[in-house]
Ligand binder design. Structure first.
Ligand SMILES: [Zn+2]
Length: 64
């Protein structure tokens, strides 16, 4: 019964996090140095990033 609420809360948290992260910060892929990196929520693994250029997925990302 509480599961739906939890999911909604998580969704809200993710949106809040997105608001918090300054748009000026540029994410850089550690594999290919591409800046074409997006947030990728990996379920149980939590926050991860995904590089559109080389397909890298991981929690570790460089920031410029
Ligand atoms: Zn990459």
């Amino acid at each position: 019964m509480g599961d739906d609420e939890d999911l909604e809360k998580l969704d809200e948290m993710i949106r809040e996090e997105e608001k918090k992260s300054p748009a000026k910060k540029v994410l850089v892929c550690p594999e290919c140095n591409s800046t074409d990196v997006v947030y990728y929520v990996g379920g149980e693994l939590g926050y991860q990033y995904r590089c559109k250029n080389c397909g890298y997925v991981g929690a570790f990302i460089l920031e410029k």
